[in-house]
Write a protein that binds this ligand. Structure first.
Ligand code: NAD
Ligand code: IPM
Ligand code: MN
Length: 355
């Protein structure tokens, strides 16, 4: 029976990169069935739909994965549709692992002197269902001189424990020797004190993996100074958000950064780290490779490991030898190509590799 994939291209460059991503995935001739949904700013502005009632249940019961472009549109000032689409799926589908590999594919893309592919190869597991994203808080006496605004960070033992476990499991499965947990336990003594204690407990259950806890500010510095000291990094929702933009900048930029929002064994969501990039939307400038790499993460989740590797290898080859969109061409040389040109070249590589 085919695995059903819900494709939500979303806003801005989302549809441009999703088209390429799906074309690559379809070329693999796996039993995958793609179904397209038009949720995003246009639909929201047209008829008020963010996600229709029952959609989460539909995903839970009938779909194997969601392949997601990006949401965010300047016509929706508070981006309420984005929260209602993306964050709602992360939370309601309980996608507690935000897996964000930061792997350099070509030495020429490194912004760090002397650091190349051998040094830049860490993966972040970002807690994805609580922390400062929980939406707990409020505003009191709004608009008055006495106004109070609060966002409460939620850290649960269960939430911290399962993401720490996932980080060690990831390290063990991939043969990585080290897991680093990043927090701010010197100041946030309650919530991040819990992270310290739980991380140490989980680490004791995985004695073969080296465990280290660090303050997030020191880690941010060290990732620039000696990225080779890190294999797997586990951290809370907000710190993970920030560290993975840094990770993207260290490994070729947002045009190459992929992520999976995962609950092992359940319907999970795969999306690039980048947003809808309104500044380049509709101009054929978007790099589709982050979206394609998300496809590879999705294939792994769906049990198609061989095809995932094939896609990863083809993207690597495209970066090293092929045409590039304007985000990469200044570093890699050659004239800038369009999203579609890069997509077509990559498709040819994938088809060649399949033969
Ligand atoms: P962004 O990631 O959309 O863009 C940041 C910069 O990177 C821009 O200059 C953009 O042109 C460039 N860029 C991004 N993706 C690229 C690609 N594939 N190829 C080439 N260049 C690329 O971030 P932003 O500008 O801060 O946000 C724009 C909108 O997207 C906002 O509404 C934001 O909330 C939303 N957003 C959504 C997601 C998501 O859906 N997961 C993630 C981040 C931001
Ligand atoms: C990301 C994005 C999202 C986040 C936004 C769009 C809500 O920045 O996926 O990294 O903060 O998680
Ligand atoms: Mn982010």
């Amino acid at each position: 029976m085919a695995q059903r994939i819900a494709v939500i291209p979303g806003d801005g460059i989302g549809p441009e990169v999703a088209r390429v991503g799906v074309r690559i995935l379809e070329s693999l001739q796996l039993p995958l069935q793609f179904e397209w949904f038009d949720f995003g700013a246009d639909r929201y502005l047209r008829d008020g739909t963010i996600l229709p009632a029952g959609f989460m249940d539909e995903l839970r019961t009938n779909f194997a994965a969601v392949y997601f472009g990006a949401v965010g549109d300047p016509r929706v000032p508070g981006n309420e549709h984005a929260k209602g689409i993306l964050l709602a799926m992360r939370f309601e589908l309980d996608l507690y692992i935000n897996l964000r590999p930061c792997l350099l594919l070509d030495d020429r893309l490194s912004p760090l002197k002397g650091k190349g592919r051998r040094e830049l190869r860490f993966t972040v597991l970002r807690e994805n269902t609580e922390g400062l994203y929980a939406g707990v808080g409020g505003v009191f006496k709004k608009g008055t001189p006495d106004e109070i605004a609060q966002d409460v960070e939620v850290n649960t033992r269960k939430g911290v424990e399962r993401i720490c476990e996932a980080a060690f499991a990831h390290a063990e499965e991939r043969g990585f020797g080290r897991v680093c947990m990043a927090d701010k336990a010197n100041v946030l003594v309650h919530g991040h004190g819990l992270w310290r204690r739980v991380f140490a407990e989980v680490a004791r259950r995985h004695p073969a993996v080296q465990a280290k806890a660090m303050y997030v500010d020191a880690l941010a510095m060290d990732l620039v100074r000696q990225p080779e000291a890190y294999d797997v990094i586990v951290t809370n929702n907000l710190f993970g958000d920030i560290l993975t933009d840094l990770g993207a900048a260290l490994t070729g930029g947002l045009g190459l950064a992929a992520s999976g929002n995962i609950h092992p064994g359940r319907v999970s969501l795969f999306e690039p780290v980048h947003g809808s990039a309104p500044d380049i939307a509709g101009q054929g400038k978007a790099n589709p490779l982050a979206m394609v790499l998300c496809g590879a993460l999705m294939l792994e989740h769906l049990g198609h490991r061989r095809e995932a590797e094939l896609v990863n290898r083809s993207v690597e080859e495209q970066v090293q030898k092929g045409a590039h969109t304007p985000d990469l061409s200044p570093l890699l040389g050659g004239p800038a190509a369009t999203t579609e040109q890069v997509g077509s070249e990559l498709l040819a590589r994938v088809e060649e590799a399949l033969r």
